[in-house]
Write a protein that binds this ligand. Sequence first.
Ligand SMILES: Nc1ncnc2c1ncn2[C@@H]1O[C@H](COP(=O)(O)OP(=O)(O)OP(=O)(O)O)[C@@H](O)[C@H]1O
Ligand SMILES: [Mg+2]
Length: 268
Amino acid sequence: MNRPTPVSPPAMDADTDAEVAIDLEGLLRRLHLPTIRRLLPEYATLAAQEGWSHRDFLARLIAEEVANRNNTRIQKSARRARFPSLKTIEDFDFTYQTSLKRQALGPFLDPDFVAQGRNLILLGPSGTGKTHLCCAIAYRAIQHGHHARFVRACDLIDDLASASKDGRLREATATYLEPPVLIIDEVGYLHHADTAANVLYGLVDARHQQRRPILFTTNKPPTVWGDVLHDHQLAEAILDRVLERGSLIELRGRSYRTKHHRGATTDG
Ligand SMILES: Nc1ncnc2c1ncn2[C@@H]1O[C@H](COP(=O)(O)OP(=O)(O)OP(=O)(O)O)[C@@H](O)[C@H]1O
Ligand SMILES: [Mg+2]
């Protein structure tokens, strides 16, 4: 078997150490390995003190570089998603929101969620955790290596409706077609434009064809989406596509926002 040829350090004086002659810092910078560069002195000391093997030393440094790179990617992707605030599934108190079992969200938190093209409609009154859960699902997808995008239904519809007027609907739709996970928040909260169903149908149909998940939050049951979107047939076509590979989950109970107010809610 051929032995690999060691990299020879540049010519040096007899009393110069080879470690000094190779510009390791420079090489790590050139290879874009900032974490290894930062940790090298500390890990070299630890390795000597604790007697790590060469393989162990190298493996630990590379593992740190990979972990750091992954964290940076997650942070960047979460910023790009434009979540109103960063929420995770671990932050969600299922003992407060008892109308939903964590297991019911299992398929949406799974690494295969994006590949399976699952959709979700979270329906319920204010403060029951709809936006929190959608953001947490999308954040988990980001941790699994995907991108996501959050948009309020009124902003999305306004954007698409004005693009449609200017003959730019295709480009505007492409913006919302591109992210592997799209959250459309607050369907039916504000009065939507008359063309809401038309522009939303185009986006939902395109994402459906590409099996790209959409997570909706709404306080209006699907039976009235026809009124909300001003077109019963198109609303039905939208829901048909969404629910083909999707679930409707209804959240009940009191608002988490006002949980400290005893008797502050109208239902008791
Ligand atoms: N079960 C819960 N555990 C922890 N935090 C919760 C829970 N439910 C809601 N929250 C928190 O309460 C606040 C309101 O929740 P969220 O925005 O998800 O409500 P929502 O159902 O989207 O309400 P709205 O319909 O008014 O938009 C958020 O800060 C959210 O993190
Ligand atoms: Mg909300």
